[in-house]
Design a protein around this ligand. Structure first.
Ligand code: FAD
Ligand code: FES
Length: 346
């Protein structure tokens, strides 16, 4: 029905100026559908307007929204002209600013090689594939298994190395009632034959000389670890503050790995865990996003700072607001929202 309501009269041309790419959006198509049909590595995940992965900035033209962009994008993003390509039907020719995914994704057969508990509800899961998977630090993979209701996404937690990896490390949080994670934590998938599609996403470290503020929550630490490990390996010399939000001390993990990263980082590196439900001597108390303004003030001019956010959608929205309120430009804010089957339905 939505398709009929938004049916267009004519094809529209879309230009992605940075990539130097153009494609045509036919009648009854969204921008994302047309881009994928044209073989363009347009970032996307859910395709139903809940994850924000297809977030693009409208530079020229006008679009209609199948479902309102405001369900997923923040007020700041809407004001800055962002749209969701999977929900956008052109009303005119368009120019869009969007970072394309790096290289085409491929499918790999995989099995679980190793699992170890990181916290009471987060586990390191290492997947083994026969051929190396090449990815950029910060990207993720989609996983399916026999009987899966649909793919699930998991971010890589280590740097890709020079030739990619055959052992793919991820951090998986158990979601109560979750189809994949409940089975995984119950041991029901230990010997399952998985299919992995990778790499996906555009969450990688952008070039620049300015400071970096990273904010993670729960298993959202995973791509931040990958990104930091890769940057440390490459000798990146930018100042970093890593904010991590948990409810209590038992939610903190990777503390030794973060300390090791800090000790070889070629610039300032501060790690700041923030607990929201447990007061502990020596620990910050409150919401992780409450620490953003102080961290930015310490790092230097907000206008030259980049923000990298990963974790639950609510945390990301609050962090985007805090960063923009403190002067970080929206195009310098990058995030992966860890959405699941309940996102947009609560
Ligand atoms: C880009 C991206 C990267 C991600 N990376 C990671 C990562 O590195 N680590 C990680 O742990 N997670 C990550 N996620 C989340 C992950 O992909 C899964 O969504 C998550 O693990 C839950 O999967 P599940 O099958 O266990 O739960 P689901 O089956 O998706 O269920 C999730 C919750 O929704 C409820 N639910 C199910 N169906 C409905 C419905 N119709 N209406 C309302 N509620 C419903 C369930 O009861 C449960 O509480 C990422 C997500 C994205 C989009
Ligand atoms: S792919 Fe468009 S919001 Fe998820």
């Amino acid at each position: 029905m939505f398709r009929k309501l938004f049916a267009k009269k004519a094809d529209a041309k879309v230009l992605l100026p940075d990539a130097g790419v153009t494609f045509t959006v036919g009648r009854n198509e969204t921008v994302l559908e047309a881009a994928l049909k044209a073989g363009i590595a347009y970032p996307h995940d859910c395709t139903v307007g809940t994850c924000g992965a297809c977030r693009s900035r409208l530079l020229v033209g006008k679009v209609d929204a199948i479902t309102p962009f405001g369900y997923t994008l923040s007020r700041e993003e809407l004001q800055a002209g962002y749209i969701l390509a999977c929900q956008a039907v052109p009303e005119s020719d368009l120019e869009l600013d969007v970072p394309l995914e790096a290289g085409a994704s491929r499918k790999y057969q995989a099995r679980i090689a190793e699992q170890s508990d990181l916290t009471h509800d987060i586990r390191r899961v290492v997947w083994e594939v026969v051929e190396p998977v090449a990815y950029r630090a910060g990207q993720y993979m989609n996983v399916t298994w026999p009987g899966a209701p649909g793919p699930r996404s998991y971010s890589f937690s280590t740097a890709p190395g020079e030739a990619g990896r055959t052992l793919l490390s991820t951090f998986v949080r158990r979601v109560p009632g979750g189809a994949f994670t409940e089975s995984l934590f119950a041991g029901a998938l230990d010997d399952a034959a998985f299919e992995i599609e990778a790499p996906h996403g555009t969450f990688w470290l952008r070039d620049g000389d300015g400071p970096i503020l990273l904010i993670g929550g729960g298993s959202g630490l995973s791509p931040l670890m990958s990104l930091l490990e890769d940057a440390a390996d490459r000798g990146v010399k930018r100042d970093v503050i890593l904010l991590f939000g948990g409810r209590a001390e038992r939610d903190l993990y990777c503390l030794d790995e973060i300390a090791a990263l800090a000790s070889r980082w070629q610039g300032r590196f501060d790690f700041r865990p923030v607990l929201s439900e447990e007061e502990k001597p020596g620990r910050r108390f409150g919401l992780v996003t409450g620490e953003v303004a102080d961290a930015l003030a310490e790092l230097g001019p907000a206008a030259s700072t980049q923000g990298y956010l990963c974790g639950p959608p609510g945390m990301i929205d609050a962090a985007v607001s805090a960063l923009t309120a403190a002067g970080v430009p929206l195009p310098a804010i990058f995030y992966d929202k860890f959405t699941d089957a309940s996102t947009g339905k609560k």
